[in-house]
Design a protein around this ligand. Structure first.
Ligand SMILES: Cc1cc2nc3c(=O)[nH]c(=O)nc-3n(C[C@H](O)[C@H](O)[C@H](O)COP(=O)(O)O)c2cc1C
Ligand SMILES: C=C(O[C@@H]1CC(C(=O)O)=C[C@@H](OP(=O)(O)O)[C@H]1O)C(=O)O
Length: 353
């Protein structure tokens, strides 16, 4: 199985399955001499961990990261940073009914077809549990780029959405509610809706908006490694992501150039920012903002039709501990992937400028 490493200079390799001993990773390319704030890393893991509120999966994991290498007396040494996060609360019996059956829209069928073998417990390697390792690497990337501000938040759940530009929001409110929506009236509606959906044994999708501020002009390597192309790849590598748009996104396709162009100020900043902070694949110094669309979780706590390994369509009763909506827990994952992309380009820029 290839494809377990992300990045060019600041690189993360992850390993592990949801119901194995542990998940973890190796970060290569982290510069030496960075003082590591371990509490800040743990805080990010707590934002992502399962069991954190009534509107997420009830699997209870502490997600305490153990560093094995690459950090000495609190500082990075420039050598690979190895870490593990033990799995402690697996309930593999919840998955025995899908040993020979594939859930629709999860990864069971394609893993079995591609590899001819699959750790079906908890979805194995396809589980979003893997994203905890990304959060460790993202939290360290945030620490090596202290001036760059990355704020993600839940912007919609089902049909409920924030009807305000991000500039009108107070990001300090994102963590004040279990949905991670900084618009508090909308957050309350979203939370109520997720609770209702969960009671029905159903699931719902949503979007996350991310804003990256204080990015210098010049990050991005045209033509194939444009900044927005790499952000898109990073976001689309997150479980359950179905869409990515930055700046004006799909709305821009409905506009005229006279409406869409970002007029310059004499200092090179722009009066509007429909470009989303990137032009020609290179950051232009304005805010970078993008939206990520997450599908509704595949595993329903209802009866559903599934496919067995003999080619029969069979009735299954969904069970176990699942997220009714992934976006509240995906906020730190989006921020982490954004931080890794920016850190990677930051170092590439120093090499190739
Ligand atoms: C934070 C997060 C939590 C998730 N929780 C669940 C879950 O509890 N149950 C589930 O079936 N899928 C869950 N997913 C989605 C699956 O991991 C994903 O649908 C699966 O790997 C198949 O990949 P795909 O949807 O990208 O095609 C979650 C995704 C994220 C980002
Ligand atoms: C364990 C996590 O989330 C899991 C993601 C997930 C999936 O199919 O992606 C399915 C569930 O796994 P389990 O049945 O083992 O509880 C979630 O709880 C985590 O994010 O740490």
């Amino acid at each position: 199985m290839a494809g377990n490493t992300y990045g060019n200079v600041y690189k993360l390799t992850t390993f592990g399955e949801s119901h194995g001993e542990a998940i973890g990773g190796v970060i290569d390319g982290c510069p030496p001499g960075i003082s590591i704030d371990f509490d800040a890393i743990q805080k990010e893991l707590i934002r992502r961990k399962p069991g954190q509120s009534a509107i997420v999966t009830q699997r209870k994991e502490n997600d305490e990261v153990q560093f094995l290498s690459g950090i000495f007396e609190g500082k990075t040494t420039g050598t690979p940073i190895g870490f593990i996060i033990p799995n402690t609360n697996q309930k593999s019996a919840d998955y025995s009914h899908i040993k020979d059956v594939y859930r629709p829209s999860h990864a069971d069928y394609v893993y079995e077809q591609k590899y001819g073998i699959r750790d079906y417990r908890g979805g194995g390697r396809s589980s979003a549990r893997e994203t905890a390792s990304r959060v460790v690497a993202g939290a360290i990337a945030k620490q090596i780029l202290p001036d760059i501000k990355i704020n993600a938040f839940v912007s919609s759940v089902g049909d409920i959405f924030i009807d305000k530009p991000y500039q009108a929001l107070d990001f300090s409110l994102t963590e004040s509610n279990p949905v991670r929506c900084p618009d508090l009236d909308t957050a309350a509606k979203m939370e109520e809706y997720i609770r209702q959906i969960r009671k029905e044994g159903d699931t719902v999708g949503g979007t996350i908006t991310c804003v990256i501020q204080n990015v210098p002009v010049g990050l991005g390597e045209p033509v194939f490694d444009k900044l927005h192309a790499e952000l898109g790849k990073a976001m689309l590598s997150i479980n359950a992501v179905k869409g990515f748009e930055y700046g004006s996104g799909f709305c821009g396709a409905k506009m005229k150039g006279s409406e869409h162009n970002d007029a310059f100020n004499p200092d090179g900043t722009t009066k509007t920012n429909l470009s989303g902070g990137i032009q020609g694949g290179i950051s232009n110094g304005m805010d970078i903002y993008f939206r990520v669309a997450f599908k509704p979780v595949a595993t329903l706590i209802q009866e559903y039709d599934a496919l067995d390994n003999m080619g029969n369509i069979v009735k299954m009763q969904g069970k176990g501990r699942h997220d009714p909506c992934v976006v509240p827990r995906a906020v730190p994952i989006v921020e982490s992937m954004a931080a890794m992309v920016i850190a990677d380009f930051y170092y590439l820029n120093n090499i190739f400028k």
